[in-house]
Design a protein. Structure first.
Length: 94
């Protein structure tokens, strides 16, 4: 059997609270609320991606791309040893 890696993300209580707040803000359908989360938590990936979708829908392609770049940058910082992510032997456990 080939070598296989798996990862599981463990979220802190603080992150869970931010995520709950994010989900509540998404339900308001007001992009300003997502921006408020990013003001307090500028590296919250879900908020970055959600706001990029809003910018994309509004035709602000450069801003949308910048937000996606920021989200990717944060993701690269938290995922260990990315050299194995695309080899088909690495899995993310939920």
């Amino acid at each position: 059997m080939p070598f296989c890696c798996s990862y599981r993300f463990e979220f802190s209580e603080e992150y869970r609270k931010v995520q709950e707040s994010y989900l509540a803000m998404v339900r308001t359908h007001d992009p300003q609320n997502i921006m408020r989360i990013l003001q307090r938590h500028p590296f919250h990936v879900d908020s970055l991606l959600q706001l990029s979708e809003v910018n994309l829908a509004m035709g602000h392609f450069e801003q949308a791309a910048e937000l996606v770049k920021r989200a990717l940058h944060v993701s690269r910082l938290v995922v260990p040893d990315q050299s194995h992510l695309s080899d088909g032997r690495t899995f993310l456990c939920c």
